[in-house]
Structure formats: C-alpha cells, structure tokens
Design a protein around this ligand. Structure first.
Ligand code: DQA
Length: 148
C-alpha cells in the first residue's frame, strides 16, 4: 500500500517563498503530516520534491513499476508547461490527484490551464496545505471501499 507525493519546482522554498500566496508552512512540515496520517492507516507514503522536470518524470515511471496505488502531485510551474509529466502520468494506472496551494484560477491567465488535469482524477486548488490532506483522505477512503 504505497502513495507517492511529488512536488515540483520552487516548492522546496515553501514557507519563505511568497508566503502571502503559498503560506508559511515549510515543505517538510507538510510532508511529515502526510506521512504520519498515512502511517496511521497502514500506508507507506513517500515524498519527492524536484526542481527538474526529468526527475519528476523518472519518479512517475518508477511509480508505474513498483505497485504504487496513487500519486498526489503539485507540479508547480510544470503544471502549465509539461507534456512530459502528462505523458508519464498517462502510463500510470492508479489514482492521480493534482494539488495546488493557491487558487490558480484566480491568478494570471497562464496558470488557468493545466496539462496534468487532462489525466488527474481529482484537482484541488486554493486550500493551502489542507489540499494535500484532502487528497490523501480521498485516496485512503476510496481504497477501503469496493469499486462499483
Ligand atoms: C502552484 C501554482 C503554480 O502556478 C505555481 O507555478 C507554483 C505553485 C500552487 O501550488 O499554487 O509553483 O502549483
């Protein structure tokens, strides 16, 4: 029972990066809370942040091979540019939830379009770090249910 959480470019600076938009919480705090919540329910949750598109593609390819059930991904700026990340996610058989800390639809026009949304089963934007928790809840709740 494995879940992978992927964070795209500049999210390593969470907490200090434009805190009015992205909040004051650090990435490690978000990841630790997710890992703990998952562990309580018997899930293994692994987190990766990368500023490099190819490294995120590699991580998605690895998730396709190792029995990962779900991917939670905040592709950050790659959301709006990356066909490579979309293509990698299209090979993944499990659930994909796209998360954005900010409400991208309230911001510049170029943030309104997401390549990743073409594949994502669910999209959460504008709830800050709570969005990741909601994504995790939805994955773990759904897994416990039989699929009709
Ligand atoms: C973001 C929104 C993106 O437009 C931006 O490039 C980011 C973060 C968010 O979490 O709100 O880096 O994905």
């Amino acid at each position: 029972k494995k879940i992978v959480v992927l964070h795209g470019p500049n999210l390593n600076l969470l907490g200090t990066r434009e805190p009015d938009i992205y909040g004051r919480e650090m990435l490690d705090d978000i990841n630790n809370a997710l890992r703990e919540k998952a562990r309580d329910q018997g899930w293994d949750l692994q987190c990766l942040q990368s500023n490099h598109e190819g490294e995120l593609v590699d991580a998605i390819q690895a998730a396709c091979q190792d029995g990962t059930s779900a991917i939670i991904i905040n592709p950050a700026a790659y959301t709006h540019t990356s066909v490579a990340i979309l293509d990698a996610l299209n090979m993944f058989k499990g659930r994909v939830i796209e998360v954005h800390l900010s409400n991208v639809h309230q911001r510049e026009r170029f943030r309104h379009h997401s390549y990743v949304s073409l594949r994502a089963d669910g999209v959460i934007a504008g709830l800050g770090s709570q969005g990741y928790q909601a994504a995790l809840d939805s994955i773990m709740t759904r897994e416990g249910q039989s699929r009709a």
